[in-house]
Design a protein around this ligand. Sequence first.
Ligand code: AIR
Length: 192
Amino acid sequence: MAQTLNVQLSIADGSGNLLFVMSSASYNRCMSERPLVGVVMGSKSDYEVLSAAVEILKTLGIAHEARVLSAHRTPDQLFEWVENVTAQGARVIIAGAGGAAHLAGVIAAKTLVPVLAVPIASTPLNGLDSLLAMVQMPKGVPVATLAIGKPGAANAALFAAEILALSDKELYLRLAAWRAARAQEVLEQTLP
Ligand code: AIR
């Protein structure tokens, strides 16, 4: 007979106060729900960076769908995915790309769902090319651009969580606990 293991994830601060509790059952439920966040990247090679966003979404129990689709190499399939994922209920899209990074911009052109852009350092220009491509959107089609690389990817997921938490009290509490745990980590740092 198959058995289901239900474990609890909990985070406590240095004084033992519980900051974060989530059962594996509710985590699994979140993951099987329809995606609230779409994560898309121009190439599999971008995943090393975008995994920082996916990890945060998992930690906060936010249902998401991650795909590789390129504005230049697979434009038709990209538009199809944007239509599908937003129709399913995605309320934020995170788009990471390097080089001539048009991914976030063309997605923003196709939807009114907020688009968060993550520039990726994948060319000899070290991400400055993608940063400028993403941040310099023409008036009328906004994209919110985060920092180059992993810090930007992690912050994109946290920003997505903040947007969703405006109408989801449980997520708001998980996010507050996550932030408090990070502060606690700093306070516990000691110097040699
Ligand atoms: N890219 C893919 N299609 C359009 C763009 N701008 C980007 C990817 C990746 C870079 O090109 O986002 O950062 C190199 O991709 P690859 O597949 O050659 O490693």
